[in-house]
Design a protein around this ligand. Sequence first.
Ligand code: ZN
Length: 378
Amino acid sequence: MRSLLAYSERELPWLLETIEALVRLESPSGDAVAINRCQKELEFRLSGLGGVVTRRSGGPAGDHVRAEFGSGPRQVLLLGHIDTVWPVGTLAARPFCAEGGRLHGPGVFDMKAGLAIAALALKALAEGSGALPGTIVLLVTADEETGSAASRAVIEAEALASVAVLVLEPALPGGALKTSRKGCGEFVLRVSGRAAHAGIEPETGASAVSELARQIPRIEALRDAAAGTALNVGVIRGGSRPNVVAANAEAVIDVRVASSAEAARVAGALRALEPVDARTRLAVSGGIDRPPMQRSAGAASLFAIARAVAADLGHALGEGGTGGGSDGNLTAALGVPTLDGLGAVGGGAHAADEHVLVADLPWRAALLAGLLRRILIV
Ligand SMILES: [Zn+2]
C-alpha cells in the first residue's frame, strides 16, 4: 500500500493537471454540447491509460463514457458523473484556481476531482507489476444531477455485472465514506379549481390557490425526523391574475427517506390527499426515484476492506450517511454491495465555496487503487 501512496504522491502534478483540464471544460446537466466536450477530454485521457473506451448516447442529456481496464469475469464498477450544477459561464465568474492548499472551480468537488482520482488509481494499477486480476469498468454518466433518467438503465446493467460498486462522489467531511444515503424523489401536487371573477361572483369560483395553501400543512405533517423522513414544499405556482379566482395551482415537493417502509408510507399518504374544498380536485404525480441506500452487509464488508487499506496508508477512515442521493442509491437497491464517497475530500458541493483539499488527493487515489486490488483478488 505504501508503494501506491508514494506513486500517487509522485503523480500529484498529473492528477492536478487532470482535474484542471476537466474543470475548465464546463459541463452542466442538460447541455449536451458542453457535456460531450468534457467527456471527449475524459475519453482521451482514459484511452491514454490503456482503457477500452466507448461512448453511450444519453440522447439530449449527452453521452456517457465507459472505460474498461483489465479482463476476467470478476468486475468492479467505478461510478461517476461528468455533469455539474453550474451553467456555462460560471467558470468566468469563478475561475479554476489553486490557493492555500485548496482547488476551486465549478464542479471540482462534485465531482471532477473524484474522476481524476479514479484515473490516477487506474494509472497506478496499470503501471504496477502484473496484469489486473479482473475487470474494472469506469462509468461516467451525463445526468446524475438531474436524476439519472438517461443513464439509469446503463448504470443498473453495469452494476448487475459487478461484484461491487465504488462511487466517486465526494467524501464526507474529513474523508469518511458513505454506506447509507437517503432515498429521494419529487412529487407534484396539482390542484384544479374553478375560475370566477374575483369581484362580481367570487362565490361561484373554487380557488386552487386556497386549496393548495390548505394542503401544505398536511404535506408537512408527513415529516418524521426520527425516522429520517423529510419533506420540503420547495416550489409553488398558481393562479393567473389578481382578479381571477385561481383555477390551477401546483406544488413541487422534495422527499427524503431513510427506509423503503418510509418511502411507501409517504408516497401512499401523498397520493391519498383529499381536497378540503370538495369543488376542487387534487392529482399527485412523481415518486421516489432513487430508493434509499440502506447500510447492507455487503457495504459493511466493503467498508471494512477500505478501512484496512486506509490504515495501511496511515489514515483512520470514517463511515457515515447522508441525506443526499446519488447513483449509489440505484446500485445498492439492486443488492450490489456499494461504497460511496470515494472521491475527493473538501467541501461546498453545489455551493459557491466548493473546494477540494490538495493534501488529501494522493492518499485518496492510493485508497481507491488498493481497494480495487483487494476486491479483485479473492
Ligand atoms: Zn455528485
